[in-house]
Design a protein around this ligand. Structure first.
Ligand code: TA6
Length: 295
């Protein structure tokens, strides 16, 4: 598998492949600024982005599973065609299935691009009976763009929800804030889906938090004071945001998450989580998020 991937898609010192833990094929993208991304073909799961300056922007649990059928804990899990609980496995099928590499390129602008695809295998079709393919495009420069594109390749419309369930690595959750959601109504999953208005210009963390902000502004700032940096999160075509930290009790209940790891992570997720997207035959839906270190 690795040899074929290298033969077809390797670009010396720009796009390389290896077989990581548990035999999961991994792709490594390196930009001329030193910006580097690592992603598994399993789930098209991006696990790491180290920008030209400083520590990894994304969090990976030291206790993550690396087993077929289980989600990797950290990085950017892709939720599709379901977000959260429902008839399918939680957060859907995309993150627990193998994807294929469609294209790698060093663009004329010098960015490093990779496209991975999930298609409707017979196994997937038994759980979700719609012909589709889902493309994930990574565009790496000094910043990182991750795009999802859903293609309806069948002759009937279908509905889906989707999200980039991004785990950010922070030095200390108690010195971390999320800005950009002031006066946005949210639904609180921890308090019976009660709807309230966000009254804080800077959201701080001192307990478990699990909220969806439908139709949120497209630009958010994650201030990681402990790393003395701010990450700009800019979404396009993705209406909603979820902010999640499991805090102590839930962390202790999660097998694939260290008891104290809640202190070094926060999920700021971008996607279409609230209202299902309706996709007509032959139509394509796209949404993307740009991650940039701004200070
Ligand atoms: O996006 C927040 C959330 O839905 C939380 O409720 C929490 O369950 C988190 O996702 C992780 O879900 P997972 O299935 O990856 O354990």
């Amino acid at each position: 598998m690795i040899d074929l991937l290298k033969k077809q898609f390797r670009i010396p010192s720009v796009v390389t492949f290896n077989e990581d833990r548990a035999g999961f094929p991994e792709m490594v993208l390196t930009h001329r600024t030193g910006s580097r991304v690592r992603l598994y073909l399993y789930g098209a799961h991006l696990t790491s982005w180290t920008p030209p300056q400083g520590a990894d922007v994304f969090f990976m649990s030291a206790q993550s599973w690396f087993q077929p059928g289980r989600a990797i804990r950290g990085g950017i899990p892709v939720a599709f065609p379901q977000f959260g609980d429902g008839p399918l496995p939680k957060h859907g099928l995309a993150r627990i299935n193998p994807w294929t590499v469609i294209r790698t390129a060093l663009t004329p602008a010098g960015t490093v691009q990779a496209v991975l695809r999930l298609t409707d295998t017979p196994e997937i079709r038994t759980l979700w009976p719609h012909p589709f393919h889902l493309d994930l495009t990574v565009e790496l420069s000094a910043q990182l763009i991750v795009e999802l594109a859903v293609h309806n390749t069948g002759n009937r419309a279908f509905q889906f929800n989707t999200a980039l369930h991004t785990y950010f690595h922070v030095a200390d959750i108690r010195q971390t804030t999320v800005t950009g959601l002031l006066n946005i109504a949210y639904r609180d999953f921890l308090r019976g889906n009660i709807r309230e208005l966000e009254t804080r210009r800077e959201i701080t963390f001192d307990r478990e938090m699990d909220r969806v902000y439908p139709n949120a502004p497209d630009r958010l700032l994650l201030r990681d004071a402990g790393h003395r940096r701010t990450i700009a999160i800019t979404k396009q075509g993705l209406p909603d945001v979820v902010v999640w930290n499991p805090w102590i009790d839930k962390a202790q209940r999660m097998e694939d998450f260290g008891d104290d790891e809640y202190q070094r992570m926060v999920c700021v997720e971008t996607g279409a989580m609230e209202i299902p997207v309706e996709l007509a035959p032959a139509a394509v839906w796209q949404g993307q998020t740009t991650f940039a270190v701004v200070t």
